[in-house]
Design a protein. Structure first.
Length: 416
């Protein structure tokens, strides 16, 4: 498998005289054949600025950086695929922080690009190529004309057309999982927040956070437009907002209005679940799905990344248990990183967390972060690092009744 690199202009090349390597945490690792799959449709290859790729020179067997004016290359995977390694590289400027994306190791093999990844879900619905941009623009124009005073539709139009957010796009295409953001405030200070970063963070947020509080009527209009089929999902809690449960009052009122008109579809919340009393109220108003974002079931790791304000991981666990006991189909948005998530202590803690909370689904989501910054932030490893592929196998064996996936699913029908 040949090392892949980019030149200063971003042109991609493979080097037949060099063997590609990956990274697991801080370790440079050999890439195994059974870790490789062809580059998925909808994936993007990007250069990593201020880096040089590390490989093995075939002639000497020496592991070292590729010489010359070159940079490492990573793959950004679509939903449905879990990365197994990050690219093998060193930074040429250690003060530079990579943009907030989830980089996967990529190689050239058998005449094509391959990535270290495993498919964990059906990628069809979240393949960017399945979003017709011309049809989307017509749908955006139609709903903006129908609801000219709805600020949420105006906000989401930029998410759909500007950021090419697929959930926002679904809202206008009126299919699958749609978005209804509600909150500009948050009760956590996530290190890798994609919608708000302090000025001195070193990396800008790739999205702009909403800056207004929507009315109940604005929320209801979007929900009713979307919830027209039994399998439709409308979701509070998007990348362009803070924590939705901080606006529990308007969420509860909107949900009750909507459920007084239609029973179709599913209402979901993507949340950190730290505000347990607020989550209980939202659950009691008719919630059917809840996805909780987490990076670890260990307090010190969780706190280092989320920087929770006024809540603990124990509150998160209580919220999940309450929702599960009330019949809500619960899942976690598990932010994963090779060399960290697959540590022995992390795996053991997460298995216990899943069992205690009654989780039904683990959504494996590649963490968008500068690797060096993240590794400096969290506690060092205590036990063995198993590798991402073995970690997935352990979860499948230890949690046979829990679905391993990549995105929010409609709950299975009873008996299935």
């Amino acid at each position: 498998m040949n090392l892949v690199y980019a030149d200063a202009e971003g042109n991609l090349f493979d080097h037949p005289d060099w063997i590609a390597l990956g990274r697991s945490g801080e370790m440079i690792v050999e890439i195994m054949d059974d870790e490789l799959i062809p580059l998925p449709e909808g994936a993007t290859l990007v250069g990593l600025p201020y880096t040089r790729p590390i490989g093995i020179e075939r002639a000497t067997g020496e592991m070292k950086p590729l010489p010359g004016e070159v940079q490492a290359v990573g793959a950004l995977l679509p939903q449905g695929f879990t990365r197994l390694n990050i690219p093998g590289y060193i930074k040429t400027d250690k003060s530079h922080k990579l943009p907030l994306f989830g980089y996967s190791a990529v190689v050239w093999k058998d005449g094509g690009f391959y990535v270290t990844a495993q498919q964990c879900d059906d990628p069809e619905r979240w393949n960017p190529l399945n979003c017709d941009r011309d049809k989307l623009k017509l749908s955006v124009d139609s709903l903006l004309a129908k609801y000219p005073n709805n600020r949420l539709y105006q906000h989401l139009s930029n998410c759909a057309l500007g950021y090419e957010c697929l959930t926002a796009s679904n809202t206008f295409l009126q299919r699958w999982e749609g978005a209804v953001p509600v909150s500009y405030s948050c009760n956590a200070g996530c290190y890798g927040c994609i919608s708000e970063q302090p000025d001195d963070s070193g990396f800008p947020a790739p999205q702009t956070r909403m800056n207004f509080r929507p009315t109940v009527d604005e929320i209801v209009e979007i929900m009713l437009e979307h919830l027209t089929t039994p399998d439709a999902i409308i979701s509070f809690g998007q990348g362009c907002e803070g924590e939705p449960s901080t606006q529990a009052k308007i969420i509860v009122e909107a949900m009750r209005k909507v459920r007084g008109i239609t029973s179709l579809g599913h209402i979901n919340i993507n949340t950190n679940a730290g505000l347990t009393d607020h989550i209980r109220a939202i659950v009691d108003a008719g919630l059917s799905l809840m996805r909780v974002s987490t990076i670890s079931a260990l307090d010190d790791h969780y706190n280092a990344y989320y920087k929770p304000r006024g809540y603990t991981l124990s509150n998160v666990e209580k919220s999940l248990r309450y929702a599960a006991d009330k019949g809500v189909y619960t899942s976690i948005n598990y932010l994963i990183f090779p060399g960290v998530t697959d540590r022995e202590e992390e795996i053991e803690a997460m298995i216990g967390f899943v069992r205690r909370t009654g989780l039904r689904l683990i959504q494996m989501r590649n963490l968008n972060i500068d690797p060096e910054s993240y590794l400096a932030l969290i506690p060092p490893p205590q036990g063995e690092i198993y590798g991402m592929k073995q970690m997935l196998e352990i979860f499948a064996e230890e949690l046979p009744d829990v679905v391993i996936g990549s995105y929010t699913h409609v709950p299975p029908k009873p008996g299935k």
